[in-house]
Design a protein. Structure first.
Length: 115
């Protein structure tokens, strides 16, 4: 896991785009605070079109793509609204004091082995 930001950098609710280094290269990740205040890490790229999810709105435990309205569950990455039909990767996130740590090497979403 690598430090990507401070807890206080993430809007409440909202999302922050971060670049996470991995052995395979840099991964764009959206660190998202849901309406309950919980933090999540998902791919920052919508699976419908390659636009930044961190620029979208957060409602409950969902993030909505600003371009066409696809919405993704922050816990599973699964889409709940068209036009997206494929999930986005979900990454492990931990908080250590004020530091947000993310491991973007592996998709931990429950649908990771079904995509």
């Amino acid at each position: 896991m690598v430090r990507v930001c401070s807890v206080h950098d993430v809007p409440d609710p909202g999302a922050l785009r971060v670049e996470v280094p991995t052995p395979q290269g840099t991964v764009a990740v959206a660190v998202v605070r849901d309406e309950d205040g919980d933090l999540h890490a998902v791919s920052d790229t919508c699976s419908h079109q390659a636009v930044s999810l961190s620029e979208g709105d957060v409602e409950g435990c969902m993030i909505e793509c600003w371009l066409h309205g696809s919405a993704f569950d922050l816990r599973t990455g699964r889409p709940s609204a068209l036009p997206a039909v494929h999930p986005v990767p979900v990454y492990a996130l931990a908080v250590d004091g004020d530091d947000v740590l993310v491991d973007a090497t592996t998709d931990i979403g429950p649908s990771a082995d079904q995509t």
